[in-house]
Design a protein around this ligand. Structure first.
Ligand code: C5P
Length: 327
C-alpha cells in the first residue's frame, strides 16, 4: 500500500485542572479528555522523492516545517532512517474540518495521524505506547489523540490512562471564526495570576491526583452518568481566557441559557462546547445559539462523543456525515 487515509478526531476537555509547575517549564495537569466525531482527514502517501511535503488548502494552516504534522514526519524520518531510506519521502495531505487555534487539538491530531500513518506505510509494527512516546515529543495532546476515547491525562497532559469509554453523547460546539487563543499565552497568564496556589511538593501533587481520582467527575464517568459528567465540567483556563475574551464568556452564557446539561470552554479555547440530553436537543441548542447570537462569524457544529482516536478512514455514511455547520 502506497498511501493511507486516516481520520483524526478533535478532543474536548471534560475536566482540566492546573495543579502546579514542572521543572521543564510546563504545567502539571489533571485532565479528562474526550474524542468527538468532528475529524480532520490526513492522507500520507509515498511520493517517490527524498522530501517531506505538506499540502493543505486552509489559509491559516502553515505547510512548512512549523506544522506539527510536518514535524511528526520529520521525527519519524530521524527515528527510522532505514525505513525512510527504503520507502522514500512522503506527501501529507490535510483536509481540515476542525477549526484552527480552537482548543480542540486539531494540530495535535494531525501529527498523531502522521505518526500512525507512517507506522503503517513503513510497516514498522510499532505498539501504541511506542507511537505515543514519539507523539509526546511533538506536543502534550498528541498521545491522547492517538488512543482517543475517554481518558485521564496527567503530567503535562502526555501520560494517558484510559477510562471506561462513555457511551456516545451529543455535543454542540461553537466558535467565532476570526478568534483564536495561543495555548502558551493562556498558561502564561494563568501562571502570572495563580502561581501562589500551585502545589509544589511531589507529595502534595500526588495527594491532589488521588483526590481527583476519587472525585465526582471520575465517579460520574465510572457510572457512565452523562448528566453528572455535565454537572462537573471544569476548566481552570477559563479563569484567564474568559475575562480576556468577553465574547467567549458571553457565548458560554448563551450555551447555558439554551438548555445544555452543561457547557464549558475546551482547552485554552476559544471554542465552547455544550453537552445535550439528546441529538434532537443538540440541534435545537445549535439553532437557539445561531438565532440568539445572530453573528455570521459564529460557527456552530452538532457532533457527538466517540470512543476512538486516530483511525483509518472508512467510506461509511456514519463517518462522513459527522458534522453540520449552522450559519
Ligand atoms: O505541548 P504543547 O506544545 O501543545 O503546549 C503548548 C504550550 O502550552 C507550551 O509551550 C506551554 O507554554 C503551555 N503548556 C503548559 N503546560 C502544559 C501544556 C502546555 O504550560 N501541561
Amino acid at each position: 500500500m502506497r498511501s493511507y487515509t486516516l481520520l483524526a478526531p478533535a478532543k474536548i476537555n471534560l475536566y482540566l485542572e492546573i495543579v502546579g509547575d514542572r521543572p521543564d517549564g510546563y504545567h502539571e495537569l489533571v485532565m479528562v479528555m474526550q474524542s468527538i466525531a468532528l475529524c480532520d482527514q490526513v492522507e500520507v502517501r509515498a511520493n517517490g522523492t527524498e522530501a517531506i511535503r505538506l499540502f493543505c488548502d486552509h489559509p491559516l494552516v502553515p505547510t512548512d516545517p512549523t506544522n506539527l504534522a510536518y514535524r511528526a514526519a520529520e521525527l519519524m524520518r530521524q527515528a527510522f532512517p532505514e525505513a525512510f531510506g527504503r520507502y522514500g519521502g512522503v506527501d501529507i495531505i490535510l483536509q481540515k474540518h476542525i477549526p484552527v487555534g480552537a482548543g480542540l487539538a486539531g494540530g495535535s491530531g494531525n501529527a498523531a495521524a502522521v505518526l500512525v500513518g507512517l507506522d503503517l506505510l513503513w510497516k514498522l509494527g510499532l505498539t501504541q505506547d511506542e507511537v505515543q512516546d514519539l507523539g509526546a515529543q511533538i506536543g502534550s495532546d498528541v498521545p491522547f489523540c492517538i488512543s482517543g476515547g475517554t481518558a485521564l491525562a496527567t503530567g503535562r497532559g502526555e501520560k494517558i490512562d484510559s477510562m471506561p469509554t462513555l457511551k456516545s453523547f451529543p455535543v454542540v460546539l461553537a466558535k467565532y471564526r476570526p478568534l483564536s487563543v495561543a495555548t502558551a499565552w493562556a498558561y502564561k497568564a494563568y501562571r502570572q495570576q495563580f502561581h501562589d496556589s500551585y502545589l509544589c511538593t511531589p507529595e502534595d501533587l500526588e495527594c491532589r491526583r488521588q483526590q481527583l481520582h476519587s472525585g465526582p467527575m471520575m465517579a460520574a464517568i465510572a457510572q457512565g452518568d452523562i448528566h453528572q459528567v455535565a454537572q462537573h465540567l471544569h476548566n481552570d483556563l477559563e479563569k484567564v481566557v474568559l475575562p480576556a475574551y468577553p465574547t467567549v464568556a458571553h457565548l458560554r452564557q448563551h450555551f447555558q441559557e439554551a438548555g445544555c446539561l452543561g457547557a464549558m470552554m475546551s482547552g485554552s479555547g476559544p471554542t465552547v462546547f455544550g453537552i445535550a440530553a439528546s441529538p434532537t436537543e443538540a440541534t435545537a441548542i445549535a439553532h437557539h445559539l445561531t438565532e440568539a447570537i445572530a453573528n455570521p462569524e459564529l460557527d456552530v457544529w452538532v457532533t457527538h462523543a466517540i470512543g476512538k482516536g486516530v483511525h483509518l478512514a472508512e467510506p461509511s455514511p456514519s463517518e462522513t456525515a459527522f458534522h453540520s455547520t449552522h450559519r
